[in-house]
Design a protein. Structure first.
Length: 431
């Protein structure tokens, strides 16, 4: 299915400096005779086993050669199509440097493909990496133990049942406001078997929702802000846990939680992290049978902004979302990224710090959404009917969310200059 996707347009050198410097090194040719032990096992350990192991969300375990060998051809098909691992960032457009990137590069795809075509040989066991070790516990990936853990009421999923959604509420047990420097959302030990994804929304004392939420999907690590950046959690707030559950072959009781690490009392970070919902559409027109229904959203960025994370959100007909910047005064356009969307795997994309887009005030954020309401969409529950915006999963959405820092003019100018220096150093060293 073809799509007309806007790509890079004319951008001045100074504006190009607002984005990441350098580019990934060109992929080298894979070994002519790759084996599982030497070449494939390290890739599988890094990018597959977090989910493909007993008790996790994936449908089969890929922890050993004996488990992987029967699926070799299916694995090749999934990785060549880039359906797996479920990363979704278009590798040919925009920024490619993310902290949580578990995708396979072209060299790794070629290696696995050649291994499969050669009959998926095991190879020399002496070259096999040590097994990746997982504990039964769900471990915090915060830089230390959390200062506060907020746990939801329990929710029990039925055995071998349909998917379920739940809203669970918990109070924030703070008597004074605190600045957050890191957080992690996660299911309980048993809940990891059935939690598809979760969003922990902060409900402020006045009842308003604070930002776009603290997310969890399988394998997502903690969010740790750079020094001097954080967000304010107000005393008297609540956490609303929006949960999406699958089922297991037995009943499972989950109590999801959010772990928080604070700055010292009395310290206020100079860089305030904000979680925003931009250019989102409250009305959609997705015609019957349309495989490439496009809708566009626009938002004015009123302050200088450093984009740290990005989250596209649609429902089961959502297929792709692109974000681009329309710069003030010149009207020049720069594509940041395009994301293939899969409702089954909703990821938060965390830019590397020196690749975080620096956006001048007055810029227009343009979000381009694509929905597939055709028979070709295997997730489409009813391709014979028109679809519009709605809260139900069978309705759809077009939402763009992000996390970042507002910057003063002085801070913005300093960061742009620092980014230019990094670009110059990268050119000198061939990075």
């Amino acid at each position: 299915m073809s799509r007309t996707i806007p790509r890079w347009t004319a951008v001045s050198a100074s504006l190009a400096g607002l984005l990441a410097f350098g580019a990934p090194a060109a992929a080298q040719g894979a070994s002519s005779q790759p084996t599982y032990a030497k070449d494939v096992a390290p890739i599988v350990q890094r990018s597959c086993q977090t989910c493909h192991r007993p008790g996790q969300m994936a449908p089969m375990s890929l922890m050993t050669y004996e488990e992987i060998r029967p699926y070799a051809r299916a694995i090749k098909q999934k990785i060549v199509s880039r359906e797996m691992p479920p990363w979704g960032v278009d590798p040919n457009i925009g920024i490619q440097r993310f902290k949580n990137d578990f995708s396979l590069n072209n060299e790794e795809i070629a290696t696995i493909s050649k291994w499969v075509d050669a009959g998926a040989p095991l190879g020399n066991l002496a070259e096999m990496p040590a097994p990746r070790v997982f504990t039964d516990e769900i471990e915090w990936s915060l830089p230390g133990e959390p200062d506060l853990v907020i746990t939801s009421p329990p929710f029990t999923t039925a055995a071998n049942a349909q998917e379920a959604w739940a809203e669970l509420y918990a109070d924030v047990p703070l008597t004074e406001d605190r600045w957050v420097r890191a957080y992690q959302s996660r299911p309980s030990k048993d809940g990891v078997k059935v939690v598809h994804h979760m969003v922990a929304y902060i409900i402020k004392p006045d009842g308003e929702t604070d930002g776009y939420g603290l997310h969890y999907v399988p394998g997502k690590p903690a969010t740790i802000y750079q020094e001097g950046a954080g967000f304010l959690l107000r005393a008297g707030s609540k956490i609303k846990f929006d949960m999406h559950y699958s089922s297991y072959d037995t009943e499972v009781t989950d109590r999801p939680m959010v772990g928080l690490m604070f700055y010292p009392k009395g310290y206020e970070p100079p860089n305030k992290v904000v979680r925003l919902n931009w250019a989102s559409l409250g009305d959609l027109d997705i015609p019957v049978g349309e495989a490439n229904a496009r809708s566009d959203g626009y938002a004015l960025i009123r302050d200088n902004f450093r984009l740290m994370t990005y989250l596209p959100h649609m429902h089961i007909r959502g297929s792709r979302q692109c974000i681009e910047l329309i710069y003030p005064e010149t009207g020049q356009v720069q594509m940041l990224n395009c994301f293939e969307f899969n409702f089954q795997w909703q990821l938060v994309f965390q830019y590397e710090e020196d690749a975080q887009p620096l956006i001048p005030k007055g810029t227009i954020l343009h979000v381009i959404n694509y929905h597939d309401n055709s028979m070709g969409n295997k997730y489409n529950p009813d391709p014979k009917n028109w679809t519009g915006f709605g809260q139900r999963t069978v309705d759809d959405m077009a939402i763009a969310m992000g996390e970042g820092m507002r910057l003063s003019d002085e801070e913005f100018a300093r960061m742009v200059e620092e980014r230019k220096q990094l670009m110059m150093e990268g050119r000198k060293t061939g990075r």
